[in-house]
Design a protein around this ligand. Sequence first.
Ligand SMILES: [Zn+2]
Length: 104
Amino acid sequence: MEPQKVGPGQIDKIADDLKKDPEKSIGNYLFKGFRIQISKYKASGAERVQQLYKRRRAQGLCIVCGTKVTRKNPLTGKLYRLCDEHRAQIDQKNKEKAKAKKGK
Ligand SMILES: [Zn+2]
């Protein structure tokens, strides 16, 4: 993952998050040419995936590929968890599942 360029103010914010809510501070940052990486030590693979999903969700990115999500769910008024492409894929899968169920 490409590090996110940050300024002094953001460094303060990251340090603050790290103290109060460490999970929020997790990320890859680039400050004046220095890379800062905050990750949980010895996190399991599943834990890391979960954190990645959570982070993408919080930033309004597709949880599968990390593309910026622009479309909102008209029912909830919130951004979708997935980009158009992945939403279409999952819709398709659900339709197939529903069909398979009906067929039984
Ligand atoms: Zn996607």
